[in-house]
Design a protein around this ligand. Structure first.
Ligand code: ADP
Ligand code: ASP
Ligand code: MG
Length: 401
C-alpha cells in the first residue's frame, strides 16, 4: 500500500515525539507499506517565527514571511529523516520545492497549482521514505510560499492525490473528528465517519482538526482520508461520501471560530453599487470576508456589518479608509466569536434554528449576527460567552447522547 502519513505540530512537538513518529513510520514500513510522510513545524514554532517578525514590524512583507515560516517545517522534515536513517530506514527529506509543489503567488495563503509526482515517486520506488516539509510550495518564479495556517494537511492530501496514494492518514493529538472540540466540551463524541461536505463546513467554520482546503481537495481528488491520534492506536474518523453514511443525524457537529473580527459601518450611503465597491476593494486586498449583514435602509442610509479574519483586520482597515466619505462612522470589534451548527439533515428538517436561538437565550447569550446556508447556522456572539454557547448548543441537539 502507498500511504501518506501527516503528523501535526503536537505530534512532532519535541525530539522524543519525533522519535515516536519515526517508530510509528517504521511499523508501516515493516508491514510492507511505501510511506510518504508530511510534517508540520514543531508545535509553537510557527507562532514563534511570526512573533519574531512582529518584533520589527506590525505588517511585515508577506514574501519574507513565507521564507521565514517555511523554515519551521523544514527543520522537522530533516530531523525525522535523520531519525529514520539512524533506525536503518532509507529516508530522504524534501522541502516543498524539492517535492515539486508549485503554487500561485498569493503569499501566506497560496494555492497549490500543480504537483509533479516524480521527485517523490522516484524515491519511494527506490524504497526510501520521503519526508516532505508541509505547508509550503514555490511559485513559477521561484519564490517560496506558504499555504495558510494548518496548511500541512493540504500538503498531505494534495500529495496523496498527485501520487495516487491508497490512503492519507492525518495524525494529530485527538482520536479523530468529534461532535465539537473535545477541549471545549469533554462530553463530545468521536465520529466514526463524517461526510466530506459536513467536514468541509466544520473545518471552514473553525474546527481546525482538518484544514478546510485539505477537505475540499480530498473530495475533489477522491482521496481516502482518515484522521487519528498519533499517541495511541485507536481507530480514527473516516471522511467519506454522504451516501456511505446510513443514518444521518440532523446536526453532526458544532464549530467555534475565535479568529474572526467584526467591522461595522454606520450610516452608509444607500446607493446602487456601494456594496460592490466596498467588497471589491476588500477582495482586491485578498481579504476573506465572511458573514455580511446589511440593515434595511432608512432615509438614504444603511448599516453594514461583516466579519474578516483577525489577522486581516489591519488590511481591512486600510481598504475601508478609501470609502470614508461614504459612511458616518466605523468600528472594529476583535472580541467576537462565531459559533456554527452543521448538519446535512438540516436540509429536510425545520425548527433547527429556533432550537439554537432558544438554547442561547436560556443562557442569556446575546446574538450579534446570524447567517445560514443549506447545512449550517452560524451566530456571532461575544467571545467571552462563545465556549458556553458551544456547550449549550451541543446539549440542545443531544450530541452527547
Ligand atoms: P495538528 O497540529 O495535529 O495539525 P491541530 O491543533 O491543527 O492539530 O488540530 C487538532 C485540534 O483540533 C484538537 O486538539 C482539537 O482541540 C481541535 N478541534 C476543534 N474542533 C474539533 C473537532 N470537531 N474534533 C476534533 N478536534 C477538534
Ligand atoms: N505550521 C503551520 C501552522 O502552524 C502549518 C501546519 O501546522 O499545518 O499553521
Ligand atoms: Mg492542524
Amino acid at each position: 500500500m502507498l500511504v501518506v502519513q501527516k503528523f501535526g505540530g503536537t505530534s512532532v512537538g519535541d525530539l522524543d515525539r519525533i522519535q515516536n513518529v519515526a517508530n510509528r513510520v517504521k511499523k508501516s514500513v515493516d508491514a510492507g507499506d511505501q510511506v510518504v510522510v508530511v510534517v508540520s513545524a514543531m508545535s509553537g514554532e510557527t507562532n514563534k517565527l511570526i512573533d519574531y517578525a512582529h518584533y520589527y514590524s506590525k505588517t511585515p512583507s508577506v514574501r519574507e514571511m513565507d521564507l521565514l515560516l517555511s523554515s519551521g517545517e523544514r527543520v522537522t522534515s530533516a530531523l525525522l529523516a535523520i531519525a529514520l536513517q539512524e533506525m536503518g530506514i532509507a529516508s530522504v527529506a524534501m522541502s516543498g520545492r524539492q517535492a515539486g509543489i508549485t503554487t500561485d503567488g498569493i503569499h501566506t495563503k497560496a494555492r497549490i497549482e500543480m504537483i509533479d509526482p516524480e521527485p517523490i515517486l522516484r524515491q519511494t520506488r527506490n524504497g526510501s521514505v520521503v519526508v516532505v516539509a508541509g505547508f509550503q510550495g514555490i511559485t513559477q518564479e521561484g519564490d517560496v510560499t506558504t499555504l495558510g495556517r494548518g496548511g500541512s494537511d493540504l500538503t498531505a492530501v494534495a500529495i496523496a492525490g498527485a501520487i495516487k496514494a491508497d490512503l492519507c492518514e492525518i495524525f494529530t493529538d485527538v482520536d479523530g473528528v468529534y461532535t465539537t472540540d473535545p477541549r471545549i466540551e469533554p462530553l463530545a463524541k468521536k465520529l466514526e465517519k463524517i461526510s466530506y461536505d459536513e467536514m468541509l463546513e466544520l473545518a471552514s467554520l473553525g474546527a481546525k482538526v482538518l484544514q478546510n482546503r485539505s477537505v475540499e481537495m480530498a473530495k475533489k481528488l477522491n482521496v481516502k482520508l482518515v484522521t487519528r491520534n498519533s499517541f495511541n492506536e485507536n481507530e480514527g474518523t473516516l471522511i467519506v461520501n454522504e451516501e456511505e453514511i446510513m443514518e444521518q443525524p440532523i446536526v453532526s457537529g458544532i464549530a467555534l471560530d475565535k479568529n474572526q473580527a467584526r467591522v461595522t459601518l454606520r450610516g452608509v450611503t444607500d446607493r446602487p453599487g456601494i456594496a460592490a465597491e466596498i467588497f471589491g476593494a476588500l477582495a482586491a486586498a485578498n481579504i476573506n470576508v465572511d458573514m455580511i449583514v446589511q440593515n434595511v435602509g432608512d432615509s438614504g442610509k444603511t448599516n453594514l456589518g461583516f466579519t474578516v479574519p483577525k489577522t486581516e483586520l489591519i488590511a481591512a482597515q486600510k481598504a475601508i479608509e478609501g470609502f470614508k466619505k461614504d459612511f458616518d462612522s466605523v468600528d472594529f470589534d476583535n472580541n467576537i466569536a462565531k459559533v456554527s451548527i452543521v448538519g446535512v439533515g438540516m436540509k429536510s428538517h425545520s425548527g433547527v434554528a429556533a432550537k439554537a436561538f432558544t438554547s442561547l437565550s436560556n443562557e442569556n447569550i446575546n446574538i450579534l449576527m446570524i447567517g445560514t446556508s443549506e447545512i449550517k447556522i452560524s451566530v456571532v456572539v461575544h467571545e467571552k460567552y462563545s465556549e458556553l454557547a458551544v456547550r449549550s448548543l451541543h446539549a440542545a441537539y443531544e450530541l452527547d447522547k
